[in-house]
Structure formats: C-alpha cells, structure tokens
Design a protein around this ligand. Structure first.
Ligand code: SF4
Length: 321
C-alpha cells in the first residue's frame, strides 16, 4: 500500500515539473497551470479545493501527490496585541510565527520562521538553545504567511501587509528555501506581494549578504546587531567571531551599493550591557557608511537569561543620543 511518506509533495514541483507530471497523466499543460495557480495564488490546502479540475483528475492527483501544509497548534495573544501562533509540521516538529499589528499605520507584519531550531546559539534567544533540526520547505514558509494573514483578517479585518524573516532560524543558512518562498510570495503566479514589504533579518553572515546582493535580492535586509563593538557582540552572538563588524559593514555596504534596498539594524537593549551612551556612540559610528534605519527593541527575557530588559530611562537616553 502506498503511504503518505512515499508520495511527493506537489509544492516541491516547479511549473515545468508539474506540466511534465500532468503530461504523464494524459492531461494538457494548461491543467498543470490551473493546479499551480490553486497552490500558489489561491493557497489551496487540498486537491478537493481545486474545483475547476475534474473529479477524476483530482483523485489522480491525490493518489500521486500530497500537499504538506502546516497546521495551527496553538495561539497566544499578548497584552501589546501581538499574536503568537505555534504550527505543527508534517513531521510533527513545531515552529512559531508572530503577527504584529500596528492598526494606526495600517501595518500588519508577520514574522516567519525558516528553520526548525537554529545552529547559531545567540545567548539571548530561546531558539538558540534548541539544536537545528532542518530547514523549512518553501511551502511551509508560504503557509505561515497565508495562515497568519487569515488570522489577521479575522482579528483585525485586514490581511498582513509585511513579512519579516525573523522567527526561528537563520534565513541565510536556509538560503535556497527562503529565496524560493520569497519567489512564491512576490511572483504574479503566487501572492504578488511587493518585495519592498519583505525583510530578511540575519544574525550576520557576510559572504551570504554578498551573495544576496549578487543574486539581485529585491527585499529589504535587517542585521540583528544587538551590540556595536566586537567584544560585546562576540559575547552574545558567537557568529560574530567569524563575521566581525568590519567584515559585516563591508558586506552591507556592498549590498547597499549593489541593490539600493533598505537596510536596518535590530538592536535589543539589554540592561547595563549595551544600553550606555558609549554604546550609543559606537552604534552611531556604524550608521555612517550607508543609509540605515535603527530599530531599538525591548528585550523579552527568556528563562535563565543572563540579561534583563533595559530600564525605560536608560533606553530613552540611548535612543535620543
Ligand atoms: S540566529 Fe536568530 S533564531 Fe538563531 S539563535 Fe540567533 S537570534 Fe535565535
């Protein structure tokens, strides 16, 4: 008997591969285009949804393929209005996405995961304590956007407007799947989102930032900076030991000159670690080489964290420097 595991996930097929599979089933290529549109434009979750395909064809597809969608497992609403969703993958691993609503600006951002776990062991991050299990498939990243957008419509009457790759995992270490998911989100044969509404957020892998630029990346880029000198950054982000700030600044400068896409720094303020005026002065120095926007973020402490969130007056003084 054929098992689900033996069937191919139809969403791993490119359009030419799907056309070839349809030819083998004796179906014309426009039928493959219709199925492709169901998968990526209409985000169909089952073959049964593909109502302009005949019933026998839908059954044939079901015998041959699966759609490995993600399933909502749990949601948690925070007092600041963000909604955290936990999703179960086909192999029972769990990942998280977060909906961040800013209704007054009509901005509804989904923060998506791209890996199960993460290999980068940043000291302030809960995911950094889990070992990396695998990269998410492009379809699993795509599903987070679709399902959280539905959640946003149900809760706020508005679909998501922005996507940021800042959930579990390092996007530049899941490179091809992340790029493929962006293609599905931005392509006219997918969700047709503007790439300007998408941000890849990296802990900082210089050679991959250069690759992004060389590959003609159209999205924005954020660097999780969190410390503006190498000694402090090494302490909290081991990736900095092979990708120090000078190397990263060179890579970001190249990215900016090549793409002209927006760059931002994410900077979590940790109490008495990186929130002094001297730290602010270091950060200012890192803002001189190319245009960059700085987002100062309040820390949400994890269990047994060696850090706490910066006090409001320290954070304000830092931000106003
Ligand atoms: S790269 Fe991101 S997900 Fe990975 S450990 Fe660092 S902060 Fe956490």
């Amino acid at each position: 008997m054929e098992t689900i595991a033996a069937k191919k996930d139809i969403r791993t097929c490119s359009l030419p591969e799907l056309e070839e599979a349809f030819r083998e089933l004796g179906e014309p290529s426009y039928r493959a285009k219709q199925a492709y549109s169901w998968l990526w434009q209409k985000a169909a979750r089952s073959f049964e949804d593909m109502t302009n395909l005949s019933k026998p064809l839908r059954l044939m597809l079901e015998e041959r393929f699966v759609i490995r969608g993600i399933q909502l497992d749990k949601t948690q609403v925070s007092s600041d209005g963000t909604i955290k969703s936990r999703f179960r993958l086909h192999d029972w691993h769990l990942i998280e996405s977060v909906l961040i609503p800013v209704p007054e600006e009509q901005r509804y951002t989904v923060c998506v995961s791209c890996q199960v776990g993460c290999s980068l062991t940043c000291k302030f991050c809960a995911t950094g304590r889990m070992k990396r299990v695998r990269n998410l498939d492009p379809g699993e990243i795509f599903d987070q956007v679709v399902l959280v957008s539905q959640q946003s419509v149900e809760t706020f009457g508005h679909p998501i407007t922005n996507v940021v790759y800042m959930g579990m995992g390092e996007p530049l270490l899941a490179y091809s799947n992340v790029m493929e998911s962006i293609e599905r989100l931005t392509s006219p044969s997918g969700l047709n989102m503007s790439p300007k509404r998408i941000t890849i957020s990296t802990a900082g892998i210089a050679k991959m930032i250069v690759k992004l630029a060389d590959d003609g990346c159209k999205t924005n880029l954020a660097l999780s900076l969190h410390a503006a000198d190498d000694a402090k950054r090494n302490e909290i982000m081991p990736i900095n030991e092979q990708n120090n700030l000078e190397v990263l600044m060179d890579a970001l400068d190249y990215f900016y000159k090549t793409t002209k896409n927006r760059i931002s720094y994410e900077y979590i303020a940790f109490e008495k670690f990186n929130d002094s005026l001297a730290d602010a002065a270091n950060l200012t120095r890192l803002c001189r080489r190319f245009p960059v926007r700085v987002n100062i973020i309040e820390y949400n402490p994890i269990d047994d964290a060696p850090f706490s969130k910066s006090e409001e007056d320290r954070m304000n003084a830092f931000a106003l420097f």
